[in-house]
Design a binder for this molecule. Sequence first.
Ligand code: 13P
Ligand code: SF4
Length: 331
Amino acid sequence: MSDVEAADCKARIKQLLAEKNAVLVAHYYTDSFLQALAEETGGLVSDSLEMARFGRDSDATTLVVAGVRFMGETACILSPDKTVLMPTLDATCSLDVACPADEFGAFCDAHPDHIVVVYANTSAAVKARADWVVTSSIAVEVVEHLAAQGKKIIWAPDRHLGSYIQSRTGADMLLWNGACIVHEEFKAKGLQDLRAVYPNAAVLAHPESPASVLAIADVIGSTTQIIRAAMQLPQSHFIVATDKGIFYKLQQMAPDKTFIIAPTAGKDATCRSCAHCPWMAMNSPQRLLESLETGSNRVSVPRAISERAMVPLQRMLDFASGKRLKATGRA
Ligand code: 13P
Ligand code: SF4
């Protein structure tokens, strides 16, 4: 898009958001144009947990979710009376794809003595089969809480995040074999080499990365936790092992610091994602505009699934607000 086209597109989206009492909720991995637009129009740019919470609590009657489909579905489940639109309904996630609801249901049936904890990056149907839903910002605490009660856990779908949670909590966990195609490509050897070039840099990594990469990281956390670490740590340089869409917010929140993307494929190799989620990249400004203009790409979740999926989602949100109240000393 030329600058003039971009300005036109932005003005039109702003106008339609206002006319339709709609709010834009964007993930950190989406295009910086959409992140800026969400901020300028009273929407939100955040991680998947905050996106869910913000959409539910918003007074808007339409939620426009820029992210991947599970984020739109979660908004739909938590806000059944709101219209939920997405720039595209084709933006999936390799974790969601790796965990078909029927296969997962059979796996759960085969282990009836296990409590079922699933990552938010799953379909509504998989969530409907779960006892708990968690995002990466709260997964360790929830599993710690369950392990303290002596529960055995089925974890799906991300095996790297699952092993990380297991290593932190010591919980008895059966892991589903899914992976994020973006984070799985970060390479420990390349990271070590880069660290040698920037010996004073801190390494920040998302827990969907392989264990060999997490072993080198100074901070392991969700997208929001990575941003917080960059703001709070004294280092001036950071090597970041997560989707490079997050650099927009990192630079905004810590403008004096330097961010370097962690290496993905080895020398001369081609990578499948190169530190950018191909599905997040499908959220273009033009698609967003078209969805607002025509009401296309409306997300829907069958009522029976939605009602069942609401239970583990609500459990997560209640757990998260309990944690927040404790942290602020109000309960
Ligand atoms: P967050 O929950 O940290 O936003 O991560 C979502 C995601 O898709 C990571 O790849
Ligand atoms: Fe899924 Fe990975 Fe894309 Fe996140 S970055 S949406 S986990 S494929």
